[in-house]
Ligand binder design. Sequence first.
Ligand SMILES: Cc1ncc(COP(=O)(O)O)c(C=O)c1O
Length: 384
Amino acid sequence: MLAHMFDFDQVIDRTGTGSLKWDKYAGRDILPMWVADMDFASPPEVADALRARSGHGVFGYTVPYEEVTSDVLAYLRRQHGLDVDASWLAWSHGLVPALNICCRMVGASGSGIMTCIPVYPPFLSAPYFSDRKRITVPLANAGGRWGFDWDAMEEAVTPETELFILCHPHNPVGRTWTREDLEGILDFCERHDLVLVSDEIHCDLVLDEGVKHIPTLALGERAAARTVTLHAPSKTYNLPGLACAYAVIPDDGLRARFQRQARGVITEINAFGYAGCAAAYRHGEPWRQELIPYLRANRDLVHAFVRDELPGVTMHPMSATYLAWLDVRALQLDNPVAFFEAAGVGLSNGADFGTPGWLRLNFGCPRSVLREGLERMKRAVAQR
Ligand SMILES: Cc1ncc(COP(=O)(O)O)c(C=O)c1O
């Protein structure tokens, strides 16, 4: 057994860093377990790379230089078995802007965009911001296992529908979709001639041993013909503040449509974003190899705690992400978020994901903090 090289137990004070997650509750005794960033320091090589870049002292407009592109391509090949051409990459400041561009590059005002709920809230706002019609279909849940409700999807799709947005692995339910699931999604998209956006930002956060992320593009030609894959190192290596993401778009026509909509909206990415991205992909794997078992143990702790100590709360099995999806409907709370905030825990509101009565708990934090959050929830549930 190798000694641990990284200390995920270390509690790092994030006050004074403009942290979205922590500043929401500044000055209040509320542990923030909402927005999806982790309270861990990134791999040390990322900070080294940023120091090296800052040491240069000149911070002019920066384009995707050879090193960062080759690090991305090497990562996609090594980690996911994908042969990607450099020309297929389209960089952006984040997945959210890229997602909004995808919504604008299909159809026209009033066209339909479909996704399955619950889902990451920007999937719901992007069609709206783009003046498209949002079509949401609830995921099925058979005995605790989440899946697609193919019949409901067939019923909901309209001739005006142009795009399907897939979250893979799925935030918030934590499913890693199988090859069979992905074949089903591609069949559906082909049948209705939909462009497919596959958001794979959580793809390197598969927690179950023996489960592997299958990129949508691994399904070959028919996937390549209609898929825009959205990617970033930001979830895995905890660098969302560096604002650096990219789309992989093999099809020339789709890529041209994306680039047309991106004109004047997506400008140069910041120099530190590229440096952090390259360093994370080049050097971050040993760190990630220790992160995954740490997160797995956190996940198992949350799962057991919910089962044994939080009557009225249910958590279904999940195989990926550091986000637990909790069904609190049986507690019959008027305002579940406010209830747990009053108990000192800040969670994400299921209503924002399209399903009121659920909460999302971010367990990407030191175990001592997680334990404290869970104990606070236990006391609140017991005293209500
Ligand atoms: C599924 C999914 N997509 C995208 C993002 C965020 O992307 P970005 O910060 O690059 O805009 C998140 C963050 O939680 C996410 O969970």
